[in-house]
Design a protein around this ligand. Structure first.
Ligand code: ZN
Length: 351
């Protein structure tokens, strides 16, 4: 038996508040099964977290979970990139992190204003970097033989990231790059950190465990933003974690009803679940030592959230080393790791 602090996920899509299409207790169950005790909820729910009214609706539900859920405010109204949210109101309500995750804030003038305002308020911008997210959303990373699928080139991520790093330097804005997927992004973050910018970055378990060689474009489970890329990119992300350039592993947990993933790739919804599989799969991959994994899943996300004023409960979970296959227990099974071999299991008490 191993005692391990509860993990902190900087990137969860709770889906709720959403007229109960995705019950909140399923997020709770996924987090508990995966050993996560704190989640940072992205604002792209059915009711977007772009006003204090909507924030309060979400927080009322958050209180019902055993897992601690912290909130992120939207960067723009309805996350559509056209009108900035009133950040001051959010900060007054304890929310200091802003993101349009699922989309990027593309408009350069609005981005400049957002970085300036959020810096003045002592907040942070968490950015999903993807240049064509509003204009021409893509499907898959190159190389790709299917002409019907729109490629998502590495530049999609790099252009937004490079612009943001300049804005972070201009205004001193605290910046966190969400779910990086390219080799070159790691080099940009490395340079920004060397220059002393207030910058951190995250990567998902699927981007460090998988590459796009032999990716099955008949399987909608493989559709996600950002896409799984080449082995060179995967190795660059792993090296980014090893060298401390990337700080955090975050799940990008995104429950989808299976019927939206079992359709042709082009039509499939984007994203996979990840809370339950994150730790067992990373541990079993033997890429990192346990103390490194704890840095990526506990210590570093804790530091980031505490610095931004979020309180984190101190929980300890018990795990046992035991070989088995990974099976998602929650209702939403859009996992890339179903039936993979794992070497450690969460010991559940009375949940
Ligand atoms: Zn995202």
């Amino acid at each position: 038996m191993i005692e391990i602090p509860g993990f902190i996920d900087l990137h969860t899509h709770t889906r709720y508040p959403d007229a109960d299409k995705f019950p909140y207790n399923d997020i709770d169950e996924s987090a508990i099964n995966g050993g996560f005790s704190t989640l940072l909820a992205m604002p792209n729910s059915e009711i977007p977290i772009d006003s204090i009214k909507n924030l309060k609706i979400a927080q009322e539900i958050d209180k019902k979970l055993k897992t601690k859920v912290h909130r992120v405010g939207a960067l723009t109204k309805d996350l559509d990139g056209r009108e900035l949210v009133n950040y001051k109101e959010f900060v007054e309500n304890g929310i200091t992190i802003f993101s349009d995750d699922g989309k990027s804030l593309i408009d350069d003038n609005l981005a400049d204003e957002a970085f300036k305002k959020i810096s003045a308020l002592g907040g942070a911008i968490f950015q999903h970097c993807e240049k064509s997210c509003h204009s021409r959303p893509g499907d898959i990373a190159p190389p790709n033989a299917d002409n019907d699928l729109i490629p998502i080139n590495n530049d999609e991520e790099l252009e937004v990231l490079a612009r943001d790093l300049n804005l972070s330097e201009k205004y001193g804005t605290r910046y966190h790059a969400q779910h990086l997927s390219t080799y070159e992004s790691v080099q940009l973050i490395k340079k920004a950190k060397q220059e002393g910018l207030p910058v951190t970055a995250e990567v998902t378990p699927h981007h460090i465990l998988l590459n796009n060689e032999n990716l099955d474009t008949n399987n909608g489970l493989f559709k996600m933003y950002p896409p799984i890329r080449t082995e060179k990119d995967r190795e660059g992300l792993v090296e980014g974690l090893q060298s401390g350039v990337i700080d955090v592993i975050a799940t990008d947990h995104a429950p989808h009803k299976l019927e939206t993933k079992t359709v042709p790739f082009k039509d499939a919804n984007r994203g996979v679940v990840g809370l339950e599989s994150a730790f067992p799969l990373i541990y079993s991959s033997n890429i990192f030592e346990l103390d490194q994994i704890l840095k990526f899943l506990v210590t570093n996300p804790l530091t980031i959230l505490e610095e931004l004023g979020y309180e984190i409960p101190k929980i300890v979970n018990t795990w046992k080393k035991s070989k088995s296959v990974f099976i998602t227990k929650s209702k939403y099974k859009n996992s890339l790791f179903e039936n993979e071999n794992i070497e450690i299991q969460r010991v559940l008490s009375n949940v």
